[in-house]
Write a protein that binds this ligand. Structure first.
Ligand SMILES: C[S@@+](CC[C@H](N)C(=O)[O-])C[C@H]1O[C@@H](n2cnc3c(N)ncnc32)[C@H](O)[C@@H]1O
Length: 513
């Protein structure tokens, strides 16, 4: 005998018309026993019509599913309520689900009704669910969140100020190996603007604390960190389910609420993220329900929430941080387009700072891709001209567009499609013409490079020729390879995480002679 799944697979490939004209007609004529055997028809009709049905077909399917909510069989009703949210259900379908909820005494049916209402419920659901004993706690929260999302869409307020900042610790996360560059940028910022104090530097993290009222815009003036989190606390256990109450009370603490209130316009909603652990469905539900019981104004909502509550493994436990979800990152909105092997933008910003600022510089990126290193360097100031070369015409068009979007004033730019070894053919480039070569070369990972060692050997040779005396070559080096030319002297080397693999960030100085 065929299982429901087998039958579903067989029906799933049929067209909307065929399902409706043959299968639904047959289903409606069937005896109660046959209906239970062919219940997969309901699932297939829901899926296929949601994917390829016209508005009229979807409306017919919705009415059919609403009728099936009256079927004497609990299984048929369950399949119907599960299919409904897929095809754009609204208040009529919500009301049909709610009247079944009022009538049923079957716990399992309440659970499935809850799951359907999680997805399509609105204010009518909210007025009912509180009064239904044994109803799933997350339904009320999910429905509240989706009503809030529709009626009070939220945004992060970059410019509003947090005045109640005592006890606040802010974590600036970065890729491992870049901490010193992030710290130096923060130091320079503090020397100019005050507002923060550095508390600690750890692997992949610079911790700061405010010493004056501040806004998120103040923090986002720093370009080198990857993400920012407001530290809410930590527990000893690495299993969040074991410390659900402690974690939930940190998530809803007065500290958390004051940050959320200061920097959110609209409803306060967050997504739970288990950093480097993947999705943990059960733990998310547990924590979200506990937090909701403690503070029903802060809503768990995986869809377009302005905040993320990040649970970080700390080696000996778990910490909670509140992170504004700003996409696109307001610091890098000049990225009109992208290439597949684009640099991580904060890494490009770190490299630009490491390269240093000398006035009237001529800067060249031999493998410019989407242009991030050149743009970040130009944004720091002191640049006369930038040159980008790349083998890919698409990359050249993208870097050109990104540079225009970055609106850097008084910097001449030239983006040329060519092999970097032919640089001397580019007008303005030639031997001893460049102050800074800054680049994130192909690593042979995302895009295969036939002779990677040869390419890096050529990069050293070209740099030794193209740099002016005193000029710098700054690049991410995935190989253990040294320049054969003694006129390139190593000034800086640091192992960094390049997103899952280690690489050496290196800077060489071109000696005179
Ligand atoms: C890692 S990507 C550069 C990413 C870039 N920094 C960005 O932010 O988008 C390396 C680039 O080198 C280019 N490339 C590879 N071999 C090249 C060669 N021989 N000459 C010039 N460009 C080359 C590729 O087309 C690719 O765009």
């Amino acid at each position: 005998m065929k299982t429901d799944k087998d039958l579903y697979r067989q029906l799933r490939v049929l067209s909307c018309e065929k399902l409706w004209n043959d299968e639904v007609a047959l289903f409606d004529r069937s005896t109660p026993k046959e209906r239970i055997e062919r219940v997969a028809v309901i699932r297939a009709v829901g899926t296929v019509s949601s994917e390829s049905g016209t508005a009229k077909q979807k409306a017919e399917v919705r009415s059919w599913l609403v009728r099936l909510l009256q079927d004497p069989s609990e299984k048929v009703r369950r399949y119907a309520m599960t299919a409904l949210p897929k095809i754009g259900a609204g208040p009529v379908e919500e009301e049909a689900l709610l009247s079944l909820l009022r009538a049923t005494t079957v716990e399992r049916e309440k659970k499935f009704l809850g799951q359907a209402l999680d997805k399509i419920g609105g204010t009518a659901t909210l007025s009912v669910v509180g009064g239904v004993p044994g109803f799933l706690p997350q339904t009320e929260q999910k429905v509240k969140a989706s009503v809030a999302r529709r009626e009070k869409p939220s945004v992060i307020r970059m410019d509003s100020t947090l005045s109640d900042f005592t006890r606040l610790r802010i974590h600036l996360h970065c890729r491992k190996g870049l901490e010193e560059i992030v710290r130096d940028e923060v130091k320079q910022y503090i020397a100019k603007h005050g507002k923060f104090r550095i508390v600690e530097v750890q692997s992949g993290l610079v911790a700061i604390t405010p010493v004056a009222p501040f806004s998120l815009a103040d923090i986002y003036r720093l370009r080198c960190f990857a993400t920012v989190g407001f530290f809410l606390g930590a527990v000893r256990s690495s299993n969040p389910a074991e410390s659900a109450d402690a974690l939930a009370s940190m998530m809803t603490s007065s500290l958390s609420r004051s940050v959320l209130a200061a920097f959110t316009e609209g409803s306060i909603r967050y997504r739970l993220e288990f950093v480097s652990k993947g999705h943990q469905r059960g733990a998310v539900r547990l924590l979200a329900n506990r937090a909701y019981a403690m503070c029903p104004d802060i809503l768990n909502d995986p869809r377009s929430a302005p905040w993320s509550m990040d649970l970080h493994p700390t080696g000996h436990g778990t910490s909670v941080e509140l992170r504004p979800k700003l996409t696109p990152d307001p610091r890098f909105t000049y990225r009109e387009d992208d290439i597949r092997a684009a640099s991580h933008p904060p890494l490009a910003a770190c490299m630009a700072r490491l390269g240093g600022r000398v006035n009237h510089e001529i800067v060249w990126d031999p493998f410019c891709g989407s242009g991030l290193e050149l743009i970040e360097r130009a944004l720091l100031g002191g640049v006369q001209s930038i040159y980008g070369t790349d083998l890919s015409p698409d990359a050249i068009a993208i870097s050109r567009a990104n540079f225009v979007a970055a609106k850097v004033k008084a910097v001449q730019s030239k983006f040329i499609c060519c092999d970097f070894r032919d640089y001397a053919k580019v007008e303005g480039l030639g031997p001893r013409s460049v102050n800074l070569i800054i680049t994130n070369p192909p690593m042979g990972r995302r895009i295969r490079v036939p002779n990677l060692r040869g390419l890096f050997g050529d990069l050293f040779a070209v740099a030794a020729e193209a740099l002016k005396p005193g000029g710098r070559l700054l690049f991410a080096n995935p190989l253990r390879i040294e320049p054969p030319d003694p006129s390139l002297k190593l000034k800086y080397r640091q192992v960094i995480d390049l997103g899952g693999f280690d690489c050496r960030l290196e800077m060489y100085l071109k000696l005179a002679g």
